[in-house]
Design a protein around this ligand. Sequence first.
Ligand SMILES: [Fe+2]
Ligand SMILES: [Fe+2]
Length: 186
Amino acid sequence: MNSPIPHDSPLVPLAEDHAVALTKLVAVDQAASAIVACGTSSDTLAVLADFRAFLDGPITRHFQQEEIALFPPLEAVIGAQGGPTAVMRHEHQELYAAFDEWRRLAAEAARAPVGSTPASASELQRVSRQIGSYLGQHIHKEDNVLLPMCHRFLPAATLAEVGERMQAVPLPQPSPTEPSHQSNKE
Ligand SMILES: [Fe+2]
Ligand SMILES: [Fe+2]
């Protein structure tokens, strides 16, 4: 990974999550396209289940880590209104809404007989691509603008505290029937 932050930065876990997310976005896009073309299969349904688990756990925790641990100290220096963290918080909210729509469509696809083309297939493909594009751009901005900015504006001791606070954010425990995210509007 060609990272714009130092390799020993406390923010490396965020950049690593971004790399994992980009890989999973490609996989879910391919699975959704395969479902449109050929119907569901055990392989494509496994990709949907993996992505659902990723949304429920790691990516929700990642957004919470940014909102709880990373953004506040940066906002204390550069301000909260109209700045990059306000944009990132807004994009998290938009993504949470898209994740909920994706969960609904993926659940419909999983209920259809294996091998059939579910009624939700093309919508699932559309929303998968929408998430891929939007989250991909969000990650690009964080990797190339936000994380380097944190290193420019925050002293090493503050970055170390950010790292500790990020680790203290628990992995969400999803319920099987309800969206798992807890948004952290402040
Ligand atoms: Fe983010
Ligand atoms: Fe992020």
